[in-house]
Ligand binder design. Structure first.
Ligand code: GLA
Length: 727
């Protein structure tokens, strides 16, 4: 039993293999947080101190018994006497803000709860247990159910909240986070993943200090700039030791993470749908569901935390036929042809690719409507046969006859003003009546909060997929939301409409997966602008970044790895010099970096010199050989590429410690350099190992404690990739 209620102590305890989370039904039914950390037995309610402080408020029932803004709350909300960041706020029909939620009931069940219309961690009946605690404020008209589930083996605890209107008039939810964590004492760092377009998820670590710190998105997507993931790490925690708690929000829209360090040195971290712009009206009886927040615990440092997050995402968030399967090596047409292709050219591309061992051709942007460039055609999801020179089915048949699969790019949420769809339904795009909208990449966003809009786009795309053998979809989103006005709403609220838009996107994805269960699905958002645990419920991989420069990618993939596994990171070999930044790198290095994700090429293979063609053939064989290690093994960050200017190193090791793949890339060119040593991780210290192709034997302890010298390699950005095998 991993969840239990102690009726004497009035505590709920949630245990995983290595962690404990404890909640107290405090005096007067106030729900308080006691502990989250290393697995700990017993009643921890002695940790709670009830102090009276000046300029603090007390519960009505008590007189000056204890001060509310000093207490660690389980679900902090505005109106209960706490002045720190609230996770929940509401207003009643008269416009009065706030509520005071008290314990009402609870329920413990086997298995894992699901959330209507939203992605959620899934687990077998015996893999998880669920706790639901109902809080209520009858006078305010709100009943709030806090849902928790434990996944013991993974050291994961999930949270989600649903808010029900129990009044006889409308209430409005103005903030409803998925969860908060109040920590009573200690010094912590926040580790998070800020970035920018073409420079996503560069890891950053900052001390949690007095005041508050927050990051998030109001762009309608989870964004290039901030990722809905953070780690609260002990100040002393490193890759290899110390306690840390990861928090991943399964949501692809506006979000916020707030970290507050208060006057009494308590830390609060909360995350959920961004409360900015947000007002969600609930009629009597209606319910609002928050997205899910997954907590991952490690008492052994950041590497183990990431490895547990990877297992959670791979086995309990990603779904579909390709969840565990080897992904085909693909060639994507974007950097190979951009908009300049036709059926014949694509078949030639496929033929040249097939000769090298590439297995899928993905036709990127430009195949539909009047899509001659980025200003036209979005919304008209029918094949431009004039451009293609033949029906898509004919092109696909030729490609399939080469033994290649075929994939297609779509951008369903978007519309160009110059499109039949926009001309027919101008009110389907987000624009404010009487005002000119802001444009992004010359396009507008469709209002996916409206079912008829989703239906229309879905039907068009399904018709294309039904007519040709499309086995792979890359779904893009190339601008952010603004000018939010929904013609379907009687009362406008940008935040609520953007939340409903995200539900519409999830509905679209669910329909797609339901109708085409064998589809390999990759999502994308102008690169990695929607790289979150929510979208991974639908697509097992995401295009990591539009920046395909191998050296820049090392940093992006390094940051991404803190939460997301290699099996989710779309990564392609492109030409040198790189199209985005103009840097030249060896083909071997480009392949080693791309191989650490879902591997593919984004170039014209026919234009490669013969020697490079041979290299590509070998790279594809290598990828297949190492695939299981890379996609199922344990990932180790051996250096921090943001700090080490000399070289970057990372590693994949099998859980049984039988083999490891070490990747080492120099970040500079040297004359007469020092020798660089790398300490390998994840081996059996007592076992003997050799490097494939070499005679010498090493002990695991030697490779891990003393390390191994990297060879001198002349020139910039050289790669050393070795396969370490147990004897
Ligand atoms: C975005 C994607 C690219 C490509 C283009 C096509 O930028 O990230 O990979 O698909 O759109 O327009």
């Amino acid at each position: 039993m991993s969840v239990f209620y102690d009726e004497n102590a009035n505590t709920f305890t949630l245990n995983t293999d290595n962690s404990t989370y404890q909640i107290l039904i405090g005096r007067y039914g106030i729900l308080l947080h006691l502990y989250y950390g290393e697995k700990t037995a017993g009643d921890l309610s002695y940790l709670m101190t009830y102090n009276v402080r000046g300029f603090s408020l007390n519960p009505y029932e008590t007189g000056r018994e204890f001060s509310l803004d000093t207490m660690p709350f389980e679900y902090p909300h505005y109106g209960n006497g706490d002045y720190r960041h609230a996770s929940f706020n509401m207003k009643n029909a008269d416009g009065v803000y706030g509520c005071d939620l008290r314990y009402k009931s609870h329920r413990i069940t086997k298995g894992k709860y699901a959330i209507p219309k939203l992605p959620a961690v899934y687990a077998g009946e015996n893999e998880a247990e669920t706790l639901e605690i109902v809080l209520a404020d009858e006078a305010a008209g709100a009943e709030v159910t806090l849902k928790y589930a434990t996944l013991d083996k993974l050291d994961v605890i999930t949270k989600a909240v649903s808010v029900k209107n129990i009044a006889d008039k409308e209430i409005t939810v103005t903030k409803a986070y998925s969860g908060a964590l109040d920590v009573m004492y200690g010094d912590y760092d926040a580790v998070y993943l800020p970035g920018r377009s073409t420079g996503e998820r560069h890891v950053k670590r900052v001390p949690v200090s007095p005041g508050s710190f927050s990051f998030g998105s109001v762009r309608g997507n989870s964004s290039h700039q901030y990722n809905p993931f953070m780690i609260l790490a002990d100040r002393e925690a490193t890759e290899d030791k110390g306690s840390c708690i990861g928090m991943a929000l399964l949501y692809s829209g506006n979000f916020k993470c707030e970290v507050e360090y208060d006057q009494y040195r308590k830390t609060r971290v909360s995350m959920g749908v961004n409360g900015e712009l947000f007002e969600y009206a609930l009629k009597p009886g209606e319910v609002f569901d928050t997205p899910e927040l997954a907590y991952i615990y490690s008492g052994e440092g950041l590497t183990v935390l990431s490895q547990r997050a990877h297992k959670l995402i791979r086995g309990h968030i990603c779904r579909g036929a390709y969840r565990d399967a080897m992904r085909p090596v693909l060639v994507n047409s974007w950097e190979a042809t951009y908009f300049d292709f036709n059926g014949e050219k694509l078949v030639k591309l496929a033929k040249d690719a097939a000769e090298l061992g590439i297995e899928t051709l993905v036709l990127d942007d430009g195949w539909f409507g009047n899509r001659t460039g980025d200003a036209t055609g979005l919304g008209d999801w029918y094949v431009n046969e004039e451009k293609m020179g033949e029906p898509l089915s004919a092109t696909v048949k030729k490609i399939n006859s080469l033994g290649m699969k075929f994939g297609l790019w779509i951008e369903p949420e978007m519309v160009s003003e110059d499109s039949d769809l926009y001309r027919t339904h101008p009110d389907w795009a987000f624009t404010i009546p009487g005002r000119k909208p802001k444009m992004g990449r010359n396009q507008l966003v469709l209002d996916f909060s409206r079912k008829e809009v989703v239906d229309c786009v879905f039907d068009q795309i399904a018709a294309v997929m039904d007519a040709a053998n499309v086995e792979y979809i890359k779904m893009d989103m190339n601008r952010c939301l603004m000018d939010i006005y929904s013609a379907a709403e009687t009362r406008q609220n940008a935040g609520a409409t953007m939340y409903k838009h995200v539900l519409g996107v999830y509905d679209f994805l669910e329909r797609l997966l339901g109708r085409y269960p064998n589809l390999l699905f990759e999502s994308c958002n102008g690169g990695g602008g929607r790289f979150d645990a929510g979208i991974l419920y639908y697509s097992p991989q995401i295009w990591c970044s539009d920046n395909t420069d191998a050296i820049e990618r090392i940093k992006i993939q390094h940051g991404t790895s803190f939460c997301y596994p290699s099996s989710t990171m779309g990564a392609h070999v492109t030409v040198s010099p790189n199209h985005q930044i103009g840097r030249s790198t060896p083909l071997k290095t480009r392949a080693a970096v791309a191989m650490s994700g879902t591997f593919g090429y984004e170039l014209d293979p026919g234009k490669l010199p013969d020697a490079e063609k041979e290299q590509v053939k070998q790279q594809i064989k290598d990828y297949k050989k190492y695939w299981s290690l890379i996609h199922r093994g344990l990932y180790f960050r051996l250096t921090n590429p943001n700090e080490n200017p000399d070289f970057a190193a990372w590693e994949f090791a099998s859980e049984d410690k039988k083999e490891a793949l070490l990747n080492f890339v120099t970040l500079d060119a040297w004359c007469n350099p020092p020798v660089f040593y790398v300490k390998v991780k994840g081996l059996d210290p007592d076992a003997a190992y050799y490097i494939e192709g070499k005679e010498k034997t090493y002990t695991g302890s030697a490779l891990m404690n003393a390390g191994i010298p990297a060879p001198y390699m002349k020139g910039e950005y050289q790669t050393w990739q070795i396969h370490i095998i147990q004897k």
